[in-house]
Design a protein around this ligand. Structure first.
Ligand SMILES: [Zn+2]
Length: 953
C-alpha cells in the first residue's frame, strides 16, 4: 500500500500518448522543522500557486487543461516528486511554465492562508482511513526525536493556528525551506518526448551547494522496548487484521539482490504449503500480504520495514496467537532451509519476462519512476534498478531472514471487538489503541525449540511460466475493430487480432449474462457471495498462474459475471479453463459460506460508511429504476442467508445464460473461438428465454430542484459530500461529446473557484454522467462538516455555475477552438498499450452498444461543433426547465454545538446496526425553492421512465 506518498491529483484523465516530465527533489517530510509539522508537504502545494514569470494562481492547470494535460505531485519521507504531461506540441511551453515553479515561485501570503485549507482537507479525508491510521500509530513507536515519528501530513492546526500562537511566520519559513532545499543538486529530472526542443529549461535552477539532508546516522528507529509488544487497535472499518512487523536495517543498498522481495514472495505465496493456504483451510483468514511497499515510510535511509498483514475472520481473530504461531513456524522453516537458488531463479525469470515484454507505461508514470530511480541507483541501473533481480546472494538473504524473529516482532491487532478496551489515543489521527506484553507462554514456545509444521513447505516448480514467446501468423484478414466471429443463441465472440503492439500477450474477457441476478436484493447478495467464493476456490490452484503473470479478475456485474484474463498467451488457455472448470463445479461448504457471509457484511459496511460511496448509491438509487441499493443488500444479508440458498442460486444462475466474449492479442481466430466453445461445452447452460437488458431504465426527473440529504453512516466522520446533478436525457453521441467539451471547459474554473478561492475542500470536480445511456453532468465537492454545512456548499456550487455561465458567454471563438482541438487530440491519441484498446472495446461489448469506432465518430462530431451550440446547451440545462438533483451526505456538525459532543463522538465508530437504514434530513430553507426527498420510493414512483437507451449515433 502506498501509505506515505500523498498524491495530489484532481481530475480523472485520459490515457494518451503524450510528452511528460517529472522532477524529484531529494528532500521530504523527514526534513520538516519540528515546530512546523507538514511544512514539506505544504510547500509541495505552494510552489504551484503561480510563479514570478507566470503569476496567475491556477495558470499552469488552465494551460494543461486547455491542451489535454495533467499534473500531480507527492511528498514522501525523503523525496518530493512533481510530474506533468501534455500534448507534444505544447510541451516546450509547459516545461517552461513548470520550471518557473522551481525557479521563482510566487508563494504570496494570501494564497498561503487559503491553500492551508486544502492541506487540512486532505488530512481530514485521510483521517478515517485505517491504513493511514495504522501508519501514524506505527511511526509514533519510534525513538523520541526520530523523523519516523513526524506528522508528515500537516493540517490547519500545525500550519496555521499553532504557528499563530507561537508567532511563527509560516510565509518566511516556507520561503526559507524552499530556498534551502529546492536546489538543483538535490534534483533529478526525467523527460519523455520526441525531438530536440526540450533541453536546457531546467538548467537555470540555482545550485546552492549545501549538503543534502542525511538521516543515515539515525539507524534502528524502533530499537525500543515499546516496539516488541502487542498493540490492540480499534479500526474505523469493520475488519479484523493482524500485522506482524519488523524494522530491519536499510535494505535499499541490496537492490541487486532484493532480499525482501525474495522473502515476501514465499511469505505471501498462496499455493499448497503456504501460510495462507493453511489458514484458509481452517477458515481463519481470507487474505495475506507480506513485504515492503518501497514507499518512503516502508524503506528509507534509517530502516526497512518487513510486514505481514493478515485479514482474519471472526474465528481467526479468536485464534490470533495460533495464526502468529503458524507464521513463526513458516519463518523458522525458511531460516532452516536457507535461501533456495531454484526459487530465486524462478522469481528472476518471471521478473525478467515481465520486464522484457512489458507493455508501455503511461509516460507520466514512467518519468515519475525514473526520476526517483535516479536518486536511488547508479546510472547504469536507472531503468531497471527497481524491477530486476540481478544476483542470487544467499548471505544477504540469510542476513535479512535471520532478523525476522519473534523477539523483534511488533504485533498490531485491529478489531472492532476492541471498542471500549483501548484507553490510549494516537496524537494526530485519534486512533484508539492499547499496549500489552505478548503472552509469555506463546513467546516461550516461539523462542524455545519451535517445532516445524508438516503442512508448511516450499512451493513446487511453477508450471505456468511462459517459455514460448513467438508471434502467431494471422489466419484472417486484418481489421481495425473487433468482428463477431462466432454467434449462436447461447453466446457470441468478438475478436481482433493484434497487429499493432506485436507482443506475446493476450486478453480474454467474458460476460455471462443472467436474468436471475437483479430479481431481488437477496439474489444480488447471493451473486456477490458466489463470485467471492469462486475466487476463494480458485485462489490456490490459480495462484501459480497468477505469479507467472497470468492475471485474472472476477467481477460481479449488475447483470452478469465478468471474467477477465490477461498475460502471456502461451499458458493463458490453461488459466481460463481452470476458472470455467471451477465455475462448472461450484460448491461451498457451510464453513466457507459463513466465513464469506461474514466478510461480505464487513465489506458492505465499509462501503456504506464512506460518504462518497453512499452518495453515489443514493444518486443511482433515485435515477435507476429497480436498482437494489447497498442498504437493501446489507439488510438482505443481515436477515440471514443459507448455504442451500447459495447452492440453489448458483444452479439457477448457471441454468440459463448468454456468454459474450472478446479476445484480443496473440491468438488466431481459430484459437479464439475455442474459448467460447469451452464456456458453452463446460457450463452446459440453455439459452435465455427472454432478452436480458444489460442496463437499467432511468427515471425522468421533474423540471425542479430536488435535494436528497442523508446522514452519513459513519458517526464520527467529519467528511461530507455534495453532488449537484443536472439531467439532460437519452441523447445521442453528439450531445455526449458536447457535454465532455463542456466539462473540460469547467474543470479548471471549478478547481479555481471552489478549491483555491473558496477553500471548500480538497476534492472538487465536474463530471459527465452517463447513467444507463441517459446523460447529465454534475459538480461534486467533498468537504468537512466541521467547516461548512452542505447547504452552503450547494449555494457555492450554484455561484460557481453562474460565474461559469458568464465566463462561457464571454468565450471567444479562438478559446473555443483551442479546447476543441485539445479534445480532438486526446481522442486521436494512439493507445500506449494493448490493454487500453481492449478496455475501450470491452466497454462497447459489455454495454452491447458495439460502436467500436466511437472515438472517430466523436471526433467528427467535435469538428462540426460551434461555440454557440456549447453556450446554449449549458444555458438550456441551467434555465427554468432544468432537472436538478442534489445529493448531500453529511453529519450535522456546523452550528450544532460541535464542541460539546464533537470530541468524544469522534472516538466512536459506527456499529453494525447503525448502517442498516438511511436517515433523511430536511434541506435547510437556505436553498430556495428546493424540494426535499424524504422517501426515495415515494418520490420515484410517480415519475415517468425513459425507454432503454443506447448511445449509438
Ligand atoms: Zn497534498
Amino acid at each position: 500500500c502506498q501509505l506515505s506518498a500523498m498524491p495530489d491529483s484532481d481530475m480523472p484523465r485520459y490515457p494518451v500518448f503524450q510528452s511528460a516530465a517529472a522532477l524529484c527533489v531529494g528532500v521530504g517530510s523527514f526534513s520538516d522543522p519540528s515546530d512546523l509539522p507538514g511544512l514539506a508537504h505544504f510547500l509541495e502545494h505552494m510552489v504551484f500557486m503561480g510563479s514570478e514569470k507566470y503569476p496567475s494562481e491556477n495558470g499552469f492547470d488552465a494551460f494543461l487543461k486547455k491542451h489535454g494535460g495533467s499534473d500531480n505531485a507527492s511528498t514522501d519521507c525523503e523525496r518530493t516528486i512533481f510530474q506533468f504531461d501534455i500534448q507534444r506540441k505544447n510541451f516546450k511551453e509547459a516545461l517552461d511554465r513548470w520550471a518557473q515553479f522551481f525557479i521563482c515561485p510566487l508563494m504570496i501570503r494570501d494564497a498561503i492562508d487559503r491553500e492551508v485549507e486544502a492541506v487540512d482537507s486532505e488530512y481530514q479525508l485521510a483521517k478515517p482511513s485505517d491504513s493511514h491510521r495504522k501508519e501514524m500509530l506505527f511511526g509514533s513507536l519510534a525513538k523520541p526525536g526520530h523523523p519516523m515519528g513526524k506528522f508528515c501530513w500537516g493540517n490547519a492546526e500545525t500550519l496555521k493556528q499553532e504557528p499563530k500562537r507561537m508567532k511563527i511566520n509560516v510565509y518566511k519559513r516556507l520561503r526559507a525551506f524552499w530556498k534551502k532545499y529546492y536546489s538543483a543538486h538535490y534534483m533529478t529530472l526525467a523527460v519523455q518526448s520526441k525531438g530536440q526542443e526540450n533541453r536546457s529549461h531546467l538548467l537555470c535552477i540555482k545550485n546552492y551547494g549545501l549538503p543534502k539532508p542525511d538521516f543515515s546516522d539515525m539507524l534502528d528507529p524502533f530499537d525500543t522496548t515499546a516496539f516488541s509488544k502487542l498493540y490492540r487497535v480499534v479500526p474505523v472499518g469493520k475488519v479484523h487484521a493482524l500485522n506482524i512487523t519488523w524494522a530491519l536495517p536499510p535494505q535499499e543498498k541490496y537492490y541487486r539482490v532484493k532480499p525482501l522481495h525474495y522473502i515476501s514472495w514465499l511469505i505471501g505465496h498462496e499455493g499448497t504449503g503456504s501460510i495462507l493456504s493453511v489458514l484458509r483451510k481452517k477458515c481463519w483468514a481470507v487474505a495475506l500480504f507480506g513485504g515492503n511497499s518501497e514507499t518512503g515510510f516502508d524503506q528509507n535511509t534509517t530502516y526497512s520495514i518487513f510486514s505481514i498483514s493478515i485479514t482474519l475472520t471472526d474465528e481467526g481473530f479468536q485464534n490470533f496467537y495460533k495464526v502468529t504461531h503458524l507464521v513463526f513456524q513458516y519463518l523458522k522453516m525458511l531460516q532452516t532451509l536457507g535461501p533456495q537458488q531454484r526459487i530465486y531463479e524462478e522469481i528472476q525469470r518471471i521478473e525478467a519476462n515481465e520486464f522484457h515484454y512489458q507493455e508501455q507505461i503511461d509516460p507520466i508514470e514512467y518519468v515519475e519512476d525514473i526520476c526517483e530511480n535516479m536518486q536511488l541507483f547508479p546510472k547504469e541501473d536507472f531503468l531497471t534498478g527497481d524491477q530486476l533481480m540481478f544476483e542470487f546472494n544467499p548471505e544477504v538473504i540469510s542476513a535479512a531472514l535471520s532478523l525476522l524473529t519473534p523477539e523483534k516482532a511488533n504485533l498490531m491487532l485491529l478489531s472492532p471487538e476492541h471498542e471500549g478496551q483501548c484507553p490510549l489515543r494516537e496524537k494526530w489521527f485519534g486512533t484508539q489503541y492499547s499496549m500489552e506484553d505478548i503472552q509469555q507462554e506463546w513467546m516461550e514456545q516461539w523462542t524455545g525449540n519451535l517445532e516445524l509444521n508438516a503442512d508448511l513447505h516450499l512451493p513446487a516448480e511453477n508450471k505456468f511460466i511462459a517459455t514460448d514467446f513467438t508471434l502467431k501468423p494471422s489466419d484472417c484478414p486484418d481489421t481495425e475493430f473487433p468482428v463477431r466471429i462466432a454467434d449462436s443463441d447461447r453466446g457470441c465472440l468478438w475478436y481482433k487480432k493484434d497487429n499493432k503492439f506485436k507482443i506475446p500477450r493476450a486478453y480474454v474477457r467474458f460476460h455471462l449474462i443472467s436474468p436471475v441476478i437483479q430479481q431481488s436484493a437477496k439474489n444480488v447478495v447471493l451473486f456477490d457471495l458466489l463470485v467471492n467464493i469462486l475466487g476463494h476456490n480458485l485462489a490456490e490452484p490459480a495462484y501459480e498462474a497468477e505469479v507467472a503473470q497470468l492475471e485474472y479478475k472476477l467481477v460481479a456485474g449488475e447483470h452478469g459475471l465478468v471474467i477477465k484474463v490477461k498475460g502471456f498467451n502461451h499458458k493463458l488457455p490453461l488459466m481460463f479453463h481452470l476458472i470455467i472448470d471451477h465455475l462448472a463445479d461450484f460448491s461451498a461448504s457451510p464453513d466457507v459460506f459463513s466465513m464469506f457471509a461474514e466478510q461480505l457484511k464487513k465489506t458492505y459496511f465499509n462501503i456504506l460508511i464512506k460518504p462518497e460511496k453512499l452518495s453515489k448509491d443514493v444518486r443511482l438509487l433515485i435515477l435507476e429504476h429497480s436498482r437494489w441499493s447497498m442498504v437493501d443488500k446489507y439488510q438482505a444479508l443481515t436477515a440471514g442467508l443459507t448455504t442451500e440458498e447459495l447452492t440453489e442460486f448458483s444452479r439457477s444462475f448457471r441454468a440459463e445464460l448468454f456468454a459474450e466474449g472478446l479476445v484480443q492479442g496473440n491468438f488466431s481466430s481459430a484459437e479464439s473461438v475455442q474459448f467460447l466453445q469451452y464456456v458453452t461445452d463446460k457450463l452446459q447452460f440453455s439459452k435465455l428465454t427472454a432478452e436480458v437488458p444489460v442496463m437499467f431504465r432511468v427515471v425522468e426527473l421533474p423540471q425542479k430542484h430536488h435535494i436528497c440529504k442523508v446522514k452519513s453512516l459513519n458517526k464520527g466522520d467529519a467528511n461530507s459530500e455534495v453532488t449537484v446533478y443536472y439531467q439532460s436525457g437519452p441523447k445521442a453521441l453528439r450531445e455526449h461529446t458536447l457535454m465532455e467539451l463542456l466539462v473540460m471547459h469547467m474543470e479548471e474554473p471549478c478547481f479555481d473557484f471552489l478549491r483555491t478561492k473558496e477553500t471548500l475542500g480538497y476534492h472538487v470536480y465536474p463530471t459527465c454522467r452517463n447513467t444507463s445511456g441517459v446523460l447529465g453532468f454534475s459538480v461534486t465537492v467533498e468537504t468537512q462538516a466541521t467547516k461548512f454545512n452542505t447547504e452552503l456548499v450547494e449555494l457555492k456550487i450554484e455561484e460557481f455555475l453562474a460565474s461559469f455561465g458568464e465566463k462561457l458567454n464571454a468565450l471567444t471563438e479562438e478559446a473555443f477552438n483551442t479546447q476543441v482541438t485539445a479534445l480532438v487530440k486526446l481522442k486521436e491519441c494512439e493507445d500506449t498499450h494493448l490493454g487500453e484498446e481492449v478496455d475501450r472495446n470491452w466497454a462497447e461489448v459489455v454495454t452491447q452498444q458495439y460502436v467500436f469506432d466511437r472515438l472517430n465518430r466523436e471526433i467528427e462530431a467535435l469538428k462540426q461543433m460551434t461555440r454557440d451550440e456549447l453556450v446554449s446547451w449549458f444555458k438550456e440545462h441551467r434555465g427554468q426547465s432544468s432537472r436538478k438533483l442534489s445529493v448531500h451526505v453529511s453529519n450535522a456538525f456546523v452550528g450544532e454545538k460541535q464542541e460539546e459532543k464533537g470530541k468524544d463522538e469522534d472516538l466512536r465508530s459506527s456499529a453494525y446496526g447503525e448502517v442498516s437504514k438511511l436517515t433523511f434530513l430536511p434541506a435547510s430553507p437556505k436553498v430556495e425553492g428546493a424540494i426535499a426527498i424524504m422517501d426515495i420510493p415515494a418520490f420515484t414512483e410517480g415519475l415517468p421512465l425513459f425507454p432503454y437507451h443506447k448511445i449509438l449515433k
